[in-house]
Ligand binder design. Structure first.
Ligand code: FES
Length: 577
């Protein structure tokens, strides 16, 4: 399949012979561009999620220049378009509220401008699914260029060296600091030094999970998502992206030609082998629905049951993304998983996944483990169901204490994060290590935006006793860098009347990971009585984007996309008069 010059989408703007075409060409020449370039080259958008408030993307203006070089070398015309940066740590109340905003922005940027193909620059958590979802819906050839992970850090204490990973160790050190086990000077020093360079979190958090998933889907160049942001291979990779997208335009290699069910199952296999973030369960389903592929959380559970965790990376293991790169990166991991993958899936290279990874070799068996010596056989994801989660809930057994895989305990319920934090700081709180902490009204509609509040803090009283994990339940998400026996994404959420809304402090809750069950041990007639008196919590924000979000967001098991954006329909071409 190949496209002619006359078939380029940008020709509708630049080859138009009337007054409108005159204006389009005139205004581009106003910026110093040459008329002949507008008329003869495919126009490539570089969607750039750089911002001064997105530290993980601090280098993306330089990378945009590297992509431009590649586009020019291949005979294209590169144009940079800024999009919402979504720096994970800075954006409040949560970047998840704005994932769909970014997806809409990317779709509309591509739709409303004379664009033939796109390179998506992102990587910090929601920027990956957000940009990809929008580009899928637009349907022009696109290629994802990942920001890459930041450099490793380490802490030397009393002659003992510890690997330090962004996100994961923030929580580890905070708990140690709270319990009086970490000196104030070390705590302050880590704040200054722990994130040593631009780039995404260097653990197997949501950023590394989602960029790897996008590569496994066939939407990124082989090996590209494992390259550290500050490695000289990174700008070369960005140039390769620019060069390749031009060929993809001529070949009309659209995402719709790449995104099959097999590609999504490949992505799930990779997620599980990486010990990837639970957040991927939401994003994978959202992306699949945009591509018209039926994918459910039960599909993910079934993949998780057969794929062990092979990547020895925080929070499931004890290494960092730089180590993963040295060990061969994602192509090496996928070569090790070859028997579990659909190798015939087409990718952005124009070749199959199997062809892309042929010859990849694992360089370090401690970082990428063999199948018969996994980091964890417990699995990356378990989908639990029961009267407390009729549409499912997720947990990450590989990052949880196995003691809690079968557990029954008394619920301690919080209706808001403020109530939860105040209670957990109370040294007189009525709680012990068997208590099940419950946070509700933290889901897509309730919070709103389903923030990463699901790693509920261990009460200070228990931290002092050395407790570092306990069962925690919520309709929120959890950072992919975090760990613990946290049961998340309970669906339907409390704010829309899910059974989580009916739990009371003192009720018993039973968890059985092997049986995939989550049970509120309260008789049905009592639950019916409680439901009869339940009313939905107030929604204080009544205007703007947040209102649109609360009215149209779907539940966690459906991907949290907007109901009017799901589905395989492509964005319509704009009228040009
Ligand atoms: Fe950007 Fe973790 S904060 S990837």
């Amino acid at each position: 399949m190949s496209k002619t010059l006359a078939e380029l989408r940008s020709r509708r703007w630049f080859a138009e012979t009337g007054m409108r075409g005159f204006g389009h060409r005139q205004r581009m020449q106003q910026m110093g561009l040459r008329r002949e370039d507008l008329m003869t080259r495919p126009v490539i958008a570089i969607i750039n999620t750089w911002s001064d408030l997105s530290p993980c993307h601090a280098h993306l203006r330089e990378r945009a220049a590297d992509v431009k070089r590649g586009v020019l070398l291949a005979g294209g015309l590169p144009l940079e378009l800024p999009a919402m940066g979504l720096g994970e740590v800075m954006v409040k109340p949560t970047t998840m509220l704005y994932r769909n905003f970014l997806a809409m922005e990317v779709e509309e940027l591509l739709r409303s401008h004379p664009i033939d193909g796109a390179v998506l620059l992102g990587g910090c958590d929601k920027t990956t699914p957000g940009t990809v979802m929008g580009a899928i819906s637009m349907g022009v050839p696109m290629l994802f260029c990942a920001a890459g992970p930041m450099l490793n850090d380490r802490l030397v204490q009393g002659g003992v060296t510890r690997q330090v990973g962004a996100g994961t160790h923030t929580r580890v050190f905070w708990d140690e600091y709270q319990a009086g086990k970490l000196a104030e000077a070390d705590w302050v020093a880590m704040e200054t030094r722990m994130t040593r360079s631009p780039g995404t979190c260097n653990t197997m958090g949501t950023a590394s999970t989602m960029t790897a998933i996008v590569e496994a889907l066939g939407l990124a160049l082989p090996g590209s998502t494992s390259i550290p942001a500050m490695d000289s291979a990174h700008p070369r990779m960005a140039t390769d992206c620019g060069q390749r997208i031009v060929a993809m335009v001529w070949d009309d290699l659209t995402p719709q030609r790449l995104l099959t069910r097999g590609a999504f199952i490949n992505a799930a296999v990779v997620q599980m082998a990486l010990g990837g973030s639970t957040n991927a369960a939401v994003h994978l389903i959202a992306m699949a629905r945009r591509a018209g592929v039926a994918l459910t959380i039960d599909d993910l559970d079934s993949v998780a049951r057969r794929v062990p965790v092979l990547a020895n990376l925080f929070p499931s293991g004890d290494r960092l993304m730089e180590d993963f790169y040295y060990a061969g990166g994602l192509p090496a991991l996928m070569q090790r998983l070859a028997g579990l993958l659909s190798l015939d899936e087409l990718t952005v290279t124009g070749r199959t996944l199997g062809e892309n990874i042929a010859g990849a070799v694992v360089q370090d068996d401690e970082v990428i483990r063999p199948l018969d010596r996994p980091v964890s056989a417990s699995g990356t994801l378990a989908v639990l169901r029961g009267n407390l989660a009729p549409e499912g809930a997720v947990m990450k057994p590989s990052a949880a204490d196995p003691r809690f895989f079968q557990h029954r305990g008394r619920a301690l319920v919080f209706d808001s994060p403020a109530e939860m934090h105040a209670a957990c700081a109370d040294l007189e709180l009525d709680v012990d290590e068997n208590t099940v902490l419950v946070l509700r009204n933290a889901g897509p509609v309730g919070a709103p935006g389903m923030p990463e509040w699901g790693n509920l803090p261990i009460p200070k009283k228990l931290l002092a006793r050395g407790v570092r994990d306990m069962v925690r339940l919520s309709d929120a998400r959890m950072s992919g860098t975090h760990y613990g026996s946290c049961i998340l994404h309970i669906s339907p959420e409390a704010a829309v009347g899910g059974p989580l809304a009916l739990v009371r402090t003192g009720d018993d809750i039973a968890v059985d990971v092997a049986a995939r069950s989550l049970t509120l041990c309260v008789p049905d007639d009592e639950l019916a009585r409680r439901r009869a008196t339940w009313s939905a919590p107030a929604r204080p924000v009544t205007r703007g984007y947040t209102r649109l979000y609360q009215e149209h967001v779907t539940q966690a098991h459906e991907g949290c996309d907007f109901d009017f954006l799901q589905g395989p329909g492509l964005s319509p071409e704009p009228a040009i008069y």
